[in-house]
Design a binder for this molecule. Sequence first.
Ligand code: ZN
Ligand code: ZN
Length: 446
Amino acid sequence: MTAIGVLVIGPAVTYLGCSATSLGPHPMNSVSRDVSTVIDPVKLDRLAEVAVKVGLQLRPGQDVFLTAPSSALPLVRRIAEHAYKAGAGLVTPLLSDEAITLARYRFARDDSFDRAPNWLYDGVAKAFDNNTARLAIVGDDPMLLSGEDAAKVARASKANAMAYQPALSRITGFDVNWNIVAYPGASWARLVFPNDDEATAVGKLADAIFKASRVDNADPIAAWAAHNAALKTRTDWLNGHRFHALHYSGPGTDLTIGLADGHEWVGGSSTAKNGIVCNPNIPTEEVFTTPHAARVEGRVRSTKPLSHQGTLIEDIAVRFEGGRIVEATASRGAEVLNKVLDTDEGARRLGEVALVPHSSPISASNILFYNTLFDENASCHIALGQCYSKCFVGGDSLTPEQIAAQGGNKSFIHIDWMIGSGEIDIDGVHADGRRVPVFRKGEWAV
Ligand code: ZN
Ligand code: ZN
């Protein structure tokens, strides 16, 4: 699952409140044409409705805190309208902007890169304690920071991660209903479709987002109900088995992932601690649970590039011993990978294991989105770092100490990367050694 990452709020906090005039008609980068007209307005409106009614399942009277790139303003406006029609209290948007983020890396004083707007993150945590729903729109250029000083990016990212921790723990702990959806920003679209002109690229990315988010369907709310039911048959089967471990085999991969004591498989919709059933990720194709932080052994290789804060990390190969990554290489971005692994002790251990068939619609699209919200749904994956308390039986009432005692990992980071392909076999392994086929050649064996 993709948690709402620090970069969604962004290293540069630019606007609080939503004043169209303050954004102006003149973007500060080289983009001179408004390409949002190529985006189907009917499907965009459906996406906004799905975010409010399926993603958040917003309750009358609930406030909404919404973050988005400035390019996504057309979707922000549609979401605000649907939220207020659904009875929202206050909808508070916070927009980030690519040009302002770049201005920081180019011109800000050096000592500012170890700081974050703690006052803002503290306020966000307080809002969650007051039952505010959380919505994030992603759509920025994933490579935005690729040309900037990597040390500054790492420092700013660490400062943000630390300041964000109280708010993030309420998201990973599912204190409130939350949801992430995507908007086809122009710079993101140009990266995904480099051979097309900007308008064509935006149109293609919009169509891919709408299809994956099931809003190309005339009744997307019914389509999501059916999809959630299908994912539940998978989690019910896995929870019926309560495997001790999963064993993966494939090219460059011979990996045993022990599962946490009392783990629970989840997928699709999820009940937050405030009692609201939400769909945190739109799209989603995965079922996932918590690995045991100390019981992962063997080797695994990534099957798709990982786009992390502007750097592509390719051909990741790691070796685990006692749950800890003791060797890590990559053909590209190895330096960034090793910095990530050194974030804290939990960054070298797993916090999530997820199963996605190789034939998933996002995998079948053959598009590399450079965005985890999409790419993780194209492939079986694992995540370094923080686990989700939701992925434990009775997880809502477990303390962080109990979660740790059952094998749940703790970290400032949560980074998903892809290990699935059409060549991966996975067995479920019971405590007595008995094996049950789970995946064969990348597809469900059951
Ligand atoms: Zn996942
Ligand atoms: Zn994840």
